[in-house]
Design a protein around this ligand. Sequence first.
Ligand code: SF4
Ligand code: SF4
Ligand code: SF4
Length: 465
Amino acid sequence: MSEYTVFWGCTIPLRLPYIEKSTRIVFDVLSTKIHDVDGFTCCPEGVLAKANSEDAFYAGAARNLALCERQGRDVITPCNGCYSTFKETQSHLTTSWRDRDRINTALEAAGESNPEYAENPMKYTGSARVYHMAEYLCDEVGIGAVASHVKRPLNNMRIAVHYGCHMLRPQPAIRWDDALHPTKFESLITALGATVVDYPSKMQCCGGALDRVGARDSSLAFARRKLDDLKINDVDALIVACPSCFLQFDLNQAAMQRAKEQFDIPVFFLSEILALSFGVDKEELGLDGHKVSTDSFFEKWDATKDYNEHLARHFDVSLLNKCNGCRACKDDCPVGKIDPTFRPNDLIQALVEGRMDEAIESAEAFKCVECYNCQELCHSRIGMADTMRTLKELGVARGIGPEAVKTGFEMILDQGVLGAPRASARKKLGLADVPKSGGHALRDVLAALDAEFENKVETNAESEE
Ligand code: SF4
Ligand code: SF4
Ligand code: SF4
């Protein structure tokens, strides 16, 4: 089990405890043990602290980080602001050794009256690695490993993400994704099965910091611009990974709605949407603490639940969604080049959009010759052959598909080989008779496998009784 110190910041535990709850649940599911530490202060918040005193900003952050270092663990924070503060401080104190020495002298002096620090004075060294929660999930746990916990995929849900400036910037101090064209947060949401919707103002700041300096109208104008974009793009929810951004799009959207500006865009924190897709009940997450109703999201999601579960029984849903969002190889299939009616990407789209029956009944998948060209060309080595094969299996089970597929398979089962030997041609070439084929051997093996399967089903049924 991996162990980390968690730095919540001020806003989550004080104002948004339901975000703390879902975050704890997510770490639990992922077997990441997080430790709370006494003695933290505000990270401190950059706009407010730096305007008053750069020393307060760097010394405040260095003290928090020194506390983390004393625990001997790396740090995870689910707050963009805290993340940016810590990364910026680490970067600054790496190069500005004079500031680091001044701050360490002050940390030691301030700790003199505390007996706890008598033997081991407070000191900042920069040894604790700082992760944003999204960064930790993408880069340390891995998107595939996160996806493996999905029990209720978000198929058919149109989701937008808001990165928030301080998850990525200042770029020289952070560098876990491209500061202007990031993709990792979106990949994480795609892995939950959702269709991630792009929108023009995606990389724009939430504007919440303007609220903190008394420019409320400008702050709301920032939020309004994004919410308008999201409305036009028909999204079912916005996902954020910062408590300040959450307040901006949930609390302030609700305030705008009270003033008769209707957006109705449900907002979820990253940990909430993860927990929901991991199968956690919304009641357990305390989502009634949200100011903007999440009902429209759940109405649509609940309506697609049965189909999503059915789809996940046959396909790797996260790969289907990735493929559907990509379509980069749509013109590369050699069969599609000869027969333009064969469009494997369209079959994948049909699956994602709730049209599995249509995809199976069309029997189009049988045209896939499993050449794996698509897989070789795919940047993620996904390809579409496996999906086509599952569609074929489902088609065969329904008695659909070319007659040749059925008769060829029957011949393998009956005779063990495909075709009869050309005895005279072999003789003419001086070749001996073909060795005897296994005949019915394969059919016997399959019958034994079927019997074993039936036995297992019966044993399971008995043990459940
Ligand atoms: S960034 Fe904001 S929420 Fe996070 S610790 Fe600082 S002030 Fe608190
Ligand atoms: S594996 Fe199937 S879908 Fe992929 S390129 Fe070959 S024929 Fe086309
Ligand atoms: S197989 Fe790969 S390249 Fe082709 S659409 Fe799917 S993800 Fe994109």
